[in-house]
Design a binder for this molecule. Structure first.
Ligand code: AVI
Length: 330
């Protein structure tokens, strides 16, 4: 549970004094822009500092959060089928590589994988995971790319003797984009993977009660993950958000087929940032994340709009999660 003690601990960890100096960088810039507007909505990419990544790893282990273990189950069960589609000496490009646990399932099944290019915004985390992977696959050319894959990323050209280039985008992270952003991302991926394919995980539309539980876990880890956005602002930007004065709110918006996460102000309050003062009314929300859910046909239609040709789709027995093979154009 997210008890007052735990909120207190999170809040204390958010009180590290900031060096005096001007507020620069995308987080400061975006947070100021967001606070100046209404309704207030910020990109979920700011969840993932070191603490946010740690909390997300905990979420993936929660009994209520079915996507990670379900997708891992699908990949483990279908690894040889997927490896056959990849063919020999394939290059794998992973968008938003995290712990690299999922890609190991593929690499173990693949026929002589040639190169692995994990792209992640968190450079340090990426270098560490890439070094660990390299030690386990000595014959693999591991080339980490520290970049924001939500923006256009220039990839190195394919190796001369390699097979096809296959993108890997697991975890239903596609659901954290707006529909327009998802299409732009996929169109860009189709270009980068020309002549190859994309293997993508997408969470499915299902009983709202199952979705609700996955984003409102009993231990309060998702709440801590959501509140860490404010803790991060305190640590990095010197804001003085009092975490106890915001409530985690996550609910399924059925018409839009998405979970929405918000931080709701428990009282009227003012927040200072960059020489400006921003007011929150009681009950006013900062929208922190959308997590879109898909039907199989909906994801395939989105892929077609972005230039892919849909191939096989694999689901778990309960039809909770889907993994799609999408052919990139030539
Ligand atoms: C990373 N992403 C796919 C997760 C999701 O389910 O949308 C992030 C998350 N947010 C709350 N719990 C997990």
């Amino acid at each position: 549970m997210l008890t007052p003690d735990r909120i207190g601990a999170l809040a204390r960890s958010s009180e590290a004094p900031r060096e005096s100096g001007s507020l620069v960088g995308p987080f400061a810039h975006d947070l100021m822009r967001v606070l100046a507007n209404r309704p207030r909505s910020i990109s979920p990419k700011y969840f993932y500092d070191v603490e946010g990544s740690r909390l997300f790893d905990l979420i993936c282990e929660l009994p209520e959060y079915y996507p990670t273990r379900t997708e891992l189950g699908i990949l483990a069960q279908r690894a040889s089928e997927i490896a056959a589609l990849m063919g020999p000496r394939a290059e794998v490009v992973e968008f938003g590589a995290g712990s690299l646990r999922k890609v190991r399932l593929l690499l173990d099944a693949m026929d002589s994988p040639a190169r692995y290019l994990p792209i992640d915004i968190s450079g340090d985390h990426l270098q560490q995971s890439a070094a660990a992977l390299k030690a386990d696959y000595p014959g693999l050319d591991v080339r980490p790319v520290a970049a924001d894959y939500t923006q256009h990323v220039e990839l190195p050209p394919r190796m001369a003797a390699s097979g096809q280039r296959v993108g890997f985008f697991p975890g239903s992270t596609i659901g954290n984009f707006t529909p327009d952003e998802a299409e732009v991302f996929l169109r860009d991926a189709a270009r980068a993977l020309r002549g190859g394919a994309l293997l993508i995980g997408a969470d499915l539309v299902k009983d709202p009660a199952v979705l609700h539980a996955a984003y409102n876990d009993a231990q309060g880890v998702t709440a801590a993950f959501n509140l860490n956005l404010l803790a991060r602002a305190n640590r990095e930007l010197g804001t003085r958000f009092v975490l106890e004065q915001f409530a985690h709110s996550a609910f399924y918006n059925a018409p839009l087929q998405r979970i929405e996460m918000h931080l709701v102000s428990r009282q009227r309050q003012k927040i200072a940032l960059g020489g400006e003062c921003y007011e929150f009314e009681e009950g006013e929300a900062l929208h922190t994340e959308n997590s879109y859910k898909f039907t199989v046909d909906g994801l395939r239609a989105l892929a077609v709009r972005a230039g892919f040709t849909p191939g096989p789709v694999w689901l778990d027995e309960q039809k909770l999660f889907s993994v799609h093979w999408l052919h990139a154009p030539r």
